[in-house]
Design a protein around this ligand. Structure first.
Ligand code: GDP
Ligand code: MG
Length: 163
């Protein structure tokens, strides 16, 4: 059985971009529970010589904003409960927002270890976001660019103890 990595975060922080980078083309849509399939994607991820199952908690972009937090919470908690480690993504350019803080609260009440990841960190535009992110309480963040593939060695080092 492969260990499981859950990618968590509010919409638009870059979860699916990172998922695609980790999984490449070996994408699978698997879930038997009704209503779940369109909310998440699973695939076999690889980072250097680490292999793992990866879950992208996905696709609320068309949702009524009123129902978003409830659905997100369900998906987040379900994915995190299955995972050996959760990658909690924030958007380093946008900085920490109230929804990030709410997700941080959900994650704190879970037993699954959390790696805080500041995405969109190519260039220097994420520097303020990186500093702000310490306040989320998950220690030193890993700065990456899922789109450009930066920070993958640091992400590997952060995952290594957990999988
Ligand atoms: P999700 O809603 O969390 O799954 O986010 P997506 O992966 O769909 O990405 C949301 C937007 O952020 C898209 O326009 C991406 O191209 C962009 N994005 C994702 N990763 C990066 C990154 O590393 N740097 C920058 N600048 N943009 C990114
Ligand atoms: Mg997505």
């Amino acid at each position: 059985m492969l260990p499981t990595v859950a990618i968590i975060g509010r919409p638009n922080v870059g979860k699916s971009t990172l998922f695609n980078r980790l999984v490449g083309k070996k994408l699978a849509l698997v879930d038997d529970m009704p209503g779940v399939t369109r909310d998440r994607r699973e695939g076999e991820g690889r980072l250097y010589d680490l292999e793992f199952k990866v879950i992208d908690t996905a696709g609320y972009e068309d949702e009524d904003p009123q129902s978003l937090p409830g659905r997100m919470r369900m998906q987040t908690e379900r994915a995190v409960a299955e995972a050996q480690v959760a990658l909690f993504l924030i958007d380093g350019r946008a900085g920490v927002n109230p929804l990030d803080e709410e997700i941080a609260r959900w994650l704190r009440s879970s037993a699954t270890p959390v790696v805080l990841v500041v995405n969109k960190a190519e260039g220097k535009q994420a520097n303020d976001g990186i500093m702000e992110s310490y306040a989320l309480g998950f220690g030193e963040p890993i700065a990456i660019s899922g789109e450009h593939g930066e920070g993958m060695a640091d992400l590997f080092q952060a995952l290594l103890p957990h999988i």
